[in-house]
Design a protein around this ligand. Structure first.
Ligand code: MN
Ligand code: MN
Length: 377
């Protein structure tokens, strides 16, 4: 057996004499042996979906990372859901808005808005939808099934606490239902007495056919966005796409999609008004989060992990592996905003900067006023 790494750096640290979990240690090298610059008491800002309770249902599953999994999740929560071919996430609504990113397969999304417009759209990998709070919607896997990530704009959200059409019918008096629809009470003899939540149905008919069934209803496409068709902005070391309310007007959650080449890094920055939730799609990355006055903690991430950064706290994301890192950042505000450390210094009179940090060349001439969110090796 290969010798296990020990938490020893020079004269600091000592070997582990007690029980060990080498797999978890190996995935968290910067937790096991933190950089010497880490300090103080930043709470955990990482939770893997692999450690989230998985709700297995007929033909699909759902798992969530909320304030219950990670107490730092104040403004945002995440859900990862899989629906097999035809499998439906029941007609429902919730108190929070729902932002979605399709990861695999194809999915049909249904929504009705407050203007009585209806949406029926098919989406594929890289596409988004946004269900505003209170707007009823449903999700269905097409032939290949689908898997997607959902982000909600409240850390206290739970996928298990949504308002469901089945439960609504089960909890209204029969005579009220009869009066509401103008039908005899016997019309409701077959309605279920509990939620269906995720359940099998046949793969639905092609889009055109299904839309035709809605007759003269006003159709809308406003609540979906084909982010897969947007060209990223390239920089040395990687590329980014910002999808916020400027491009996708109905969204109240901005998104930044980041691609980092090996050695590439999302530069040191922070967000003045929004919490950031992160979902890692591929690769190996690390992030340090800095808070007043001398708090800093470094976290490691692989595909399927969720990270979090409370608003105004400085952070970077560094690719520390041999493969590209793809990570989604979703924010609790409609418009994307960030402050770059490098640009802040470049836009401050040089003598003032030098006087603070006791620096000179080559740092001063490396500062750049232009936007470059990703840097190379
Ligand atoms: Mn929903
Ligand atoms: Mn950020």
């Amino acid at each position: 057996m290969a010798e296990l790494p020990q938490p020893i750096v020079g004269t600091r640290g000592a070997d582990v004499a007690g029980p060990r979990n080498p797999e978890v240690e190996a995935q968290n090298p910067d937790i096991f042996v933190p950089p010497a610059t880490d300090s103080g008491g930043i709470p955990s800002l990482k939770f893997p979906f692999a450690m989230a309770h998985n709700r297995l249902e007929d033909g699909g599953w759902a798992r969530e990372v909320t304030i219950r999994e990670m107490p730092s999740l104040k403004e945002l929560a995440a859900v990862n859901m899989r629906l097999g071919p035809g499998v439906v996430r029941e007609l429902h609504w919730h108190k929070e808005a729902e932002w979605a990113y399709v990861m695999s397969g194809r999915v049909r999304f249904y929504l009705v808005d407050e203007n009585r417009q209806t949406l029926v759209e098919d989406l594929g990998p890289g596409d988004l939808w946004l269900a505003p709070a209170g707007f009823p919607h449903a999700i269905q896997g097409l032939e290949e099934g689908t898997e997607f990530l959902l982000v909600f704009n409240d850390g206290n959200f739970s996928e298990n606490e949504t308002l469901l059409i089945t439960e609504l019918f089960a909890h209204l008096p029969r005579e009220v239902l009869a009066k509401n629809f103008g039908v005899p009470e016997s019309a409701f003899d077959g309605t279920p007495d509990a939620e269906k939540y995720i359940f099998r149905m046949p793969v639905p008919a092609p889009l055109d056919e299904v839309r035709k069934q809605l007759g003269a209803a006003a159709m809308t496409g406003s609540y979906v966005f084909r982010a897969s068709e947007i060209e990223p902005n390239s920089f040395p070391g990687g590329a980014t796409k910002i999808i916020d309310s400027k491009l996708f007007p109905v969204t109240n959650m901005a998104a930044l999609m980041i691609h980092l080449e090996p050695g590439g890094m999302r530069e040191v920055h922070w967000h003045p008004d929004a919490d950031e939730i992160q979902y890692y799609l591929s690769g190996k990355a690390r992030m340090t989060v800095f808070d007043a006055v001398k708090n800093a903690r470094t976290f490691d991430f692989v595909a399927g992990d969720v990270g979090y950064v409370p608003k105004t706290l400085a952070h970077y994301i560094e690719n520390i592996g041999d493969e590209p890192v793809h990570v989604l950042n979703v924010f609790s505000k409609p418009e994307y905003k960030d402050i770059s450390l490098n640009q802040w210094m470049a836009l401050t009179p040089p003598d003032l900067v030098k006087g603070h940090l006791d620096v000179d060349e080559p740092l001063m001439s490396s500062l750049r006023q232009g936007y470059q969110p990703v840097v190379g090796k």
